[in-house]
Design a binder for this molecule. Structure first.
Ligand SMILES: [Ca+2]
Ligand SMILES: [Ca+2]
Length: 340
């Protein structure tokens, strides 16, 4: 081989050699996208410790700015117990967004409860004073000015939809199931917590301390505190960059590749709430009490203090509740044909 030919060969091979030498990319989550543009991540079957039974004294030490009674009000988080999730499922990688919800409304003709019942939703209003209302709600409402279309602060199409009810979530899941011939639903409470923890057992996926939460969760932080100066002492020390909702997926994902499980919007789950349910729940695929009056929501929101944005924290509302802080995320089942 003469020198010229050798040089030509070397040049031809160089890009290939370069490509082969490139370090392998870390594998991302396996993502599946549906007709509304919702991304879903496969969450494997497995077991985890659900709930929390930390002593009030321990929590008081960790959250010194909170009154002690707050630590005795959360006995529904215990006992911590081992739960098996019997089959893999697709979990929404993000909360359902405003744009996805709008496409659902336009395609289905569904009227969200806040509009159908004529009472509206809740919204942020700088001039609103909770002291002027009997319920003392933190936000103005119900008011027909507010709905999923308008929570009183600007939202782009990629922000999580709020002011949606548990019943609205059921309607979206049913419509998607019908049009795509799949089985969509809200996650069970156990699936939600399993997905939130993603293999961890600490208060937050990154550990027990609120510090660091700002990298993965849009909560009540230094960006939000100027809007609510009287709650300044409860703001996270760091800044996640958002005073109100953040575009879905802007902050770091957990080990399953899921974004915003904590913070941004509270997420409806399928289960009724039961104060003593964990003491007697089935150890495999629990589905919540057989009946009840309030449905569970999980994960905290853009307005939530760190203590209430733990993976184990449970809150609830009636299924027709719509609020500035509450949204949803869906599950798509794997390998289970839709019931006909
Ligand atoms: Ca924030
Ligand atoms: Ca969330």
């Amino acid at each position: 081989m003469n020198d010229k030919l050798a040089l030509l060969l070397l040049c031809a091979l160089a890009p290939v050699a370069g490509a082969l030498a490139a370090p392998p990319k870390a594998p991302g989550p396996q993502v599946w996208t549906n007709t509304l543009g919702m991304a879903f991540v496969k969450v494997p079957a497995g077991s985890f410790w659900m709930g929390s039974d930390e002593a009030p004294e321990t929590l008081a030490e960790a959250f010194p700015q909170l009154e002690r009674k707050r630590f005795t009000e959360i006995t529904d988080e215990g006992p911590a117990h081992r739960v098996r999730i019997g089959r893999a499922f697709y979990m929404g990688q993000h909360e359902v967004t405003v744009g996805q919800f709008r496409r659902f409304i336009e395609a289905s003709g569904y009227r969200p409860e806040s509009e159908a019942d004529g009472t509206g939703g809740y919204g942020y209003n700088l001039d609103y004073d909770p002291a002027t209302t009997t319920r003392g709600d933190a936000f103005e409402g119900r008011d027909t000015r507010y709905s999923w279309r308008n929570p009183g602060f600007p939202q782009d199409d990629d922000h999580p939809v709020v002011n949606v009810t548990w019943n609205d979530a059921q309607a979206l899941a049913a419509w998607l199931s019908r049009t795509e011939d799949q089985r969509y639903r809200l996650p069970t409470e156990a699936e939600w917590e399993y997905a939130c923890r993603a293999g961890t057992r600490t208060r937050y996926p990154h550990g027990d301390a609120p510090k660091g939460l700002e990298r993965a969760a849009n909560v009540f932080d230094q960006a939000a505190a100027p809007y609510w100066p009287r709650w300044q002492q409860h703001a996270l020390a760091g800044s996640d960059g958002y005073a109100f909702t953040a575009p879905a997926g802007r902050l770091a994902p957990n080990a399953f590749g899921l974004h915003d499980m904590l913070g941004n919007a509270w997420e409806w789950v399928a289960d009724w709430h039961g104060d003593h349910y964990y003491a007697q729940s089935p150890r495999t695929d629990p589905r919540g009490p057989a009946d009840g009056s309030v449905r569970v929501r999980r994960g905290g929101s853009w307005h939530t203090w760190a203590f209430y944005a733990r993976c184990g924290y449970r809150n609830w509302n009636s299924p027709d509740t719509r609020y500035t802080l509450v949204g949803m995320r869906l599950v798509r089942e794997i390998g289970r044909p839709r019931a006909r």
